[in-house]
Design a protein around this ligand. Sequence first.
Ligand SMILES: CC(C)(COP(=O)(O)OP(=O)(O)OC[C@H]1O[C@@H](n2cnc3c(N)ncnc32)[C@H](O)[C@@H]1OP(=O)(O)O)[C@@H](O)C(=O)NCCC(=O)NCCS
Length: 169
Amino acid sequence: MNPAGTPDAARPMSTRGAGQNRPVPQPVLRTARLTLAPLSDEHLDLEAELDADPQVMRYLTGRASTRAEVERAHQRRLAAAREVPGLGFWAGFAYEQFIGWWLLRPPHGPDQPKVAGEADLGYRLLRRHWRSGYATEGAHELIRYGFKTSGWPGSSARPWPSTPRPGPP
Ligand SMILES: CC(C)(COP(=O)(O)OP(=O)(O)OC[C@H]1O[C@@H](n2cnc3c(N)ncnc32)[C@H](O)[C@@H]1OP(=O)(O)O)[C@@H](O)C(=O)NCCC(=O)NCCS
């Protein structure tokens, strides 16, 4: 992994191969402060640190995840990235530090039925990086990417139902 946590091989910035109308994998995305790298096995320890914080997991499972749970979640995240070329999870880094992850994937789960042309947007950040605008900055980039490269008519970001917004760190 290089210092930014991105794969050493540069990834294409388009979901289409040059003139071949062929889907290609998730690109590395960049914002003013963030580098968003497609989630891979080299990020597993970072996911474990993230999910080990009960405050981060407060409105998700309500408790810290075990290592085994994180490993299973990691496999599900990689599988999600194989579902639709160009979509999936991204690990975000700023100033060479891991910030958290972002996702852009087809809607999933009982309250998120799959709808053609729609994508679900989400993010989970280390608590020490809350209240710095990173979640919003990464989300803007994924929305830009989604509309630009795929021409989807819509995307959704659904907070956990009936839960208040996360409190201060
Ligand atoms: C959801 C979560 C990512 C939100 O984090 P967040 O810090 O509120 O969101 P942002 O990173 O966009 O930061 C926005 C805040 O940073 C502030 N901020 C500071 N510097 C900023 C900057 N340079 N640019 C923009 N905003 C900035 C904003 O004013 C805003 O603060 P406010 O809400 O008090 O007004 C975080 O709480 C989290 O990871 N929670 C655990 C996982 C979770 O619950 N996920 C959602 C379930 S789907």
